[in-house]
Design a protein around this ligand. Structure first.
Ligand SMILES: [Zn+2]
Length: 260
């Protein structure tokens, strides 16, 4: 890592994801609570250590997987990735294992198919996201659902529900996924729980990052499910900022106009 690219200070720590692209993008995170929640999540998931030093082949396969999910390819697997890159099967399988160690993907038992790649899940979740001009996909958690639109530069319509009462929660984004168009009900909030285990955010932190219909039901859910759990209660706008700061860099091209 080129230490001159590290930025430590009021904007928070960032590291180079690929040439010219810093992770996270703190310029998209202006709310203090959003800043705290993202910083805590980065540390809990050891993202700086896990993502640093991504090589070009890993980066290519990772971005190919993300775009596959965005285009509703059901489950990108080794054969599908081999057909779309110049890499051979053994190398693609090895890269998938490397991406798994970096906690960028979740693989099936054989390690040959991608079951999830943050923010996407091949399996149904409570967070369904309609992508403007494309299909609908499932997100691993509330933050992933919110960050997806800006990552793909498209407007989204998110459908989720309150874990306490089942009330539908609908959020629409505009400005290519960068801003909130509507939040229903207007009392909805986000809980960004901080948890990490077994080297896998999908089965740990993602289970405690959710939408609630109201502060009352968020309090009730925490008391019922995770009374000791650390985390941040965020207005939806602040949670959107957390999602943007984390996910926009994932498909960002280098500033000189390299391929995205
Ligand atoms: Zn509720």
């Amino acid at each position: 890592m080129d230490t001159t690219e590290r930025t430590i200070g009021v904007v928070g720590e960032a590291f180079p994801l690929r040439p010219g692209v810093l992770m996270p993008d703190w310029s998209l995170v202006t709310e203090a609570t959003a800043h705290e929640a993202l910083a805590a999540s980065m540390i809990a998931a050891q993202r700086s250590e896990k993502l640093s030093g991504l090589n070009a082949a890993e980066d290519l396969i990772w971005r190919t997987i993300l775009l596959a999910f965005a285009r509703s390819v059901a489950v990108p697997d080794v054969a599908w990735l081999v057909a779309r890159t110049d890499l051979d099967e053994a190398l693609v399988a090895e890269i998938l294992r490397a991406l798994r160690r970096r906690d960028l993907v979740v693989l099936d038992d054989r390690g040959m198919a991608v079951q999830a790649a943050y923010p996407f899940s091949a399996q149904e979740t409570v967070h369904r996201v309609h992508l403007a001009g494309a299909g609908a996909v499932h997100a691993l958690c509330a933050i992933d659902a919110l960050g997806m639109g800006a990552m793909l530069a498209c407007n989204t319509a998110i459908e989720s529900s309150c874990p306490e009462c089942g009330t539908p929660i609908r959020i629409a984004t505009c400005d290519d996924g960068h801003a909130l168009a509507s939040v229903t009900p207007g009392t909805a909030v986000v809980w960004a729980g901080i948890r990490y285990a077994d080297g896998c955010g999908a089965t740990s932190g993602c289970t405690v990052k959710l939408f609630s219909c109201s502060d009352e039901h968020l309090t009730a859910w925490r008391q019922r499910v995770d009374p000791q759990g650390a985390g941040f209660r965020l207005p939806v706008e602040a949670a959107l900022q957390v999602g943007k700061g984390l996910f926009v860099p994932m498909l960002a091209a280098q500033p000189d106009g390299g391929e995205a």
